[in-house]
Every structure is written in C-alpha cells, then in structure tokens.
Design a binder for this molecule. Structure first.
Ligand code: GDP
Ligand code: GDP
Length: 437
C-alpha cells in the first residue's frame, strides 16, 4: 500500500528545509555511504505514532524553466497539490503574511487538499504567542512551531497524521511480484508498459473489491502473476507544464518504495545521466531487487563489441549496482521485452534466497583463512560465527570478538566472497557485525 505523502510548501526562507530535516529526524542517523551517489535530500521516509509516511520538501525542487521566483513557488505548490495527501504550508511568524503567501494560500484553498498551516519561527512558547493573523489565510487553525528548536512539532505531526486517509484493511497476502519501472521522461516507460500489456499472451487481470490501488495493473504472463506499479502515473504524463525530471523522480521514488523489483530504465542513445544515478542509488539504498534495462537498443548501431562497451560504461557509472543484471531491449520492436520477466523472476528468487548456516560458515571460514582479518590496535580480531538473519534483502550477521575491528573494506571482501559463492544477482545484500556473546 502506498504510504501517505506529506509535502512542505512555502516561500523561500520560511524554514521548510529546517522543518523537513526535523520531520525525517533521527532516522537519518544511520546512513549508508554509497560512493557515486549524491544525496537528494528532498524526499524521505518518516514515521509518527506508528504511521509511516513520505515527506517532500518542495523548496528543494528546482524547475528548469522560469527562473522567476513567484512562478517557482507556484509550481512547487502545484506539485504538492498533485502529489501529496497532506500539505504543510509553512509561513514565517516573524515577517507575517506576504502577498506571495496569499497567492499560495489561494491555490491551496482551491485544491481542497488537506492543508496544515505551520507558523514557524515562534521563539518563545512561554509568552503569549501572536500567530493569529494566519487565520486570514482561510486554511484553518495555524499551528505555531519552531522548526529550528523542534518546538511544538509534535502537535504539528499529530495534526498532519489526523488528516491521512484511513489506514486500509491489511492488504491480502499477494503472490504477485510488484514491478516498478523507473527512469527519466522519454526513456520509454509507457512504451514498455504497452509492450507488456498489449501482448496477446498477457492477461490483464481485473481484480474487483480489493484494496489494491487502481493505479496499478495486475497481469498474468505464462501462468505467472505480476503487478505493474503506477501504470496510470506512467501513462498520464504530468499535468504540470514545465514538468522536469525532478517531478518524475518523486513519482519514481514512490513506486520504488512499493516494489519487489525495480526496472531501472536507461536510454541507450543517452547513456547514464545524473538523474539515473540518483534513482539507482535510491533503489540500492532501499535494498530492492533490480535490473538495469537499457532501452531503445534498436536505435544503436551495433557490432559484436557494442554490448561489452555498453556494459563497461554502465558498470563504471553505476558502480554500486555491480550485482545487477543488464538487459538490452527495445520497447518498440519488443526485442527481449519478455526476457525481462524471466530475469524478474530470477532476481526475486535471489532476493528471497536463504543459505544454510553450515554452508555459510564453511564459505566464510575459508575466506577468513585465505585472507585473515587485520589486527586492530593490538587486539586479535576474530569472526567466530556467521548467520543469515533475514531475506529480502539477504542479511548476514557476523559475530566477532571485537566488532569495531572488522572494517568496511573487510566487509567488502566478505560481500564479494558471498556473491562469488552464492550469486545474489540483482539483489543488494546486507552485512552486519555484532558482538559475540
Ligand atoms: P527554506 O528556504 O524555507 O527551506 O528555509 P530554511 O529551512 O533554509 O530556513 C531559512 C532560515 O530560517 C535559516 O537561517 C534557518 O536557520 C531559519 N529558521 C528555520 N526555522 C527557524 C525557527 O524555528 N526559528 C528561527 N528563528 N529561525 C529559523
Ligand atoms: P516515457 O516518458 O518514459 O513513458 O517514454 P515513452 O514510452 O513515452 O517514450 C518516449 C519516446 O521514445 C516515444 O516517442 C517512443 O515511441 C520512443 N521509444 C520508446 N521506446 C523506444 C524503443 O525501444 N525504440 C525506439 N526507437 N523508440 C522508443
């Protein structure tokens, strides 16, 4: 089920990004460092009183065209209206209402989306606070906060969560594999959807009365069941005129969250772009099974080396996806399009794979013997035991006498060993070190 989306809008300098960081808060304490990925901190997961949701800082979104300030804010607000379940409209208690605030308020009122007005930069909660002028915006009770000091943000979050759509009944267990197709505008996502769904052997299922989002399309191919995530969104090109890649990124991130497998589409005629890297980085970070799908292969002039050259280039650009299969397809000629589904099945299997403890320890012990752990500060560091604690993604715990002595580079080595022995193509794996009891 899709998580509710909360968008933060408002003029520059009112405190949107401060509030954003406050709302995503402690979750970011543990950040995995992925080389080659620039973090795009405009979108993140959060949780309040047991409800998970997504926060978007629309202030961090740059639209290519129209550098005029006012229109940028309008586009951000439009984006929020289109994408969000609840909008936090941040205003500055120090400056009061401005003409721009009024313009944005008017758009928000017309949208009829749930909006919470956050009157930010309230300094002293012990005194009588005068934030009442913000009632004039016609968007209900403003909530005074200080994003910087984290004051009253609890109350703000309570108000936000109260506006969420009701939590759906627990979704019935599904055997269907959920596939997200992500990539830049014009890479061929909707062509690929059409290639899948327009095929005679594909039966588009009509599943009435379920809680499934109507935006997804369940289908059956060769007796196997899949769901294409956000087919409606892929086909419906954005209503926002100056829709840029940023916009499509948000859509992509939402789909990735819900997917079992992500098809990362690259345009063969353009190669890997910065935007592709960001999306791919997010897929990896969210530990989703994935396949790199290079589309428009029909447009490439080929000889017997072309595929290798492409492979090399893509591996260089997307280093952290060294484990992902690369497939060269054409959504238009349908070359290898159904091969994608075979590989989908395969990577899902890898994602859910479990290695027996005996086999795992045999492989790990042998690896340690071949390449012993470096000593740490005079201490003899030992890994005594390894176990797989979960699947999807496969996660391994190494129990060591001095966990801090097992370095990142050594874990890299162990990851390579595990991959060499067990495969795990198309799935991230996680390696953790714990204190031996
Ligand atoms: P944005 O442009 O809306 O994203 O605004 P920022 O989050 O970058 O904040 C703009 C400025 O306001 C920064 O200097 C912040 O430190 C400051 N600021 C944010 N929240 C508060 C607050 O609660 N109180 C005060 N006094 N300053 C704040
Ligand atoms: P989306 O924005 O990612 O959904 O991209 P579309 O599916 O709308 O495709 C954008 C353009 O690329 C359209 O004109 C398609 O006909 C074209 N296109 C998509 N896939 C292919 C392909 O495999 N080969 C060729 N030659 N053109 C393609």
């Amino acid at each position: 089920m899709a998580k509710p989306v909360v968008a933060i809008v408002g003029r520059p300098n009112v405190g949107k990004s401060t509030l954003f960081n406050r709302l995503i808060g402690a979750r970011k304490a543990i950040v995995e460092d992925i080389p080659g990925v620039t973090r795009d901190r405009i979108y993140d997961n959060s949780e309040w009183r047991g409800r998970e949701f997504i926060v978007i800082d629309t202030g961090g979104i740059r639209f290519d065209e129209g550098d005029i300030f006012a229109s940028e804010i309008k586009m951000q607000a439009e984006l929020a209206i289109e994408e969000a379940d609840v909008i936090i409209f941040v205003v500055d208690n120090k400056t009061g209402i401005t003409a721009e605030d009024e313009q944005v308020a008017e758009m928000l009122r017309r949208s009829q989306k749930p909006v919470i007005v956050a009157a930010n930069k309230v300094e002293d909660f012990s005194k009588h606070i005068s934030y009442y002028e913000f009632y004039q915006l016609g968007l209900g009770d403003p909530i005074p906060v200080s994003a910087m000091h984290g004051m009253n943000t609890d109350e703000l979050l309570d108000a936000v969560v109260a506006k969420f759509p009701p939590q759906p009944e627990k979704e019935e267990e599904e055997d269907r594999i959920k596939i997200a197709i992500v990539g830049r505008p014009n890479v061929g996502k909707s062509s690929l959807v059409n290639a899948f769904l327009g095929e005679k052997r594909v039966i588009v299922s009509d599943v009435p009365g379920t809680t499934r989002d109507a935006i997804d399309t369940p289908f059956t191919y060769a007796g196997r069941q899949y769901t294409l995530i956000d087919t409606a969104g892929i086909r419906r090109k954005s209503r926002i005129k100056d829709a840029t890649e940023r916009y499509s990124v948000i859509r992509a991130l939402r789909s990735i969250d819900r997917a079992d497998v992500v098809l990362i589409m690259i345009d063969a005629t353009e190669g890997v772009t910065e935007q592709d890297k960001k999306i791919a980085g997010y897929v990896h970070e969210q530990a989703k099974a994935n396949i790199i799908v290079v589309n428009k292969w029909d447009l490439v002039k080929k000889d017997e080396h072309t595929m290798n050259i492409y492979d090399e280039r893509i591996r260089e650009e997307l280093k952290f996806l060294a484990y992902s299969p690369i497939l060269y397809v054409s959504a238009v000629t349908k070359q290898r399009v159904f091969k994608i589904l075979d590989i989908v099945d395969f990577v899902v299997e890898q994602h859910n794979r479990r290695i027996t403890t005996a086999e795992l320890n045999r492989v790990v012990n042998e690896a340690i013997m071949l390449n012993p752990l470096p000593g740490g500060g005079g201490k003899k560091v030992k890994i005594l035991y390894t176990t797989q604690v979960r699947t999807a993604p496969p996660t391994f715990v190494f129990f060591a006498n001095h966990p801090e002595g097992v370095h990142f580079s050594y874990l890299r080595y162990l990851e390579n060993v595990l991959r060499k022995n067990f495969g795990f193509e198309g799935t991230p794996i996680r390696l953790l070190v714990r204190q031996n009891e």
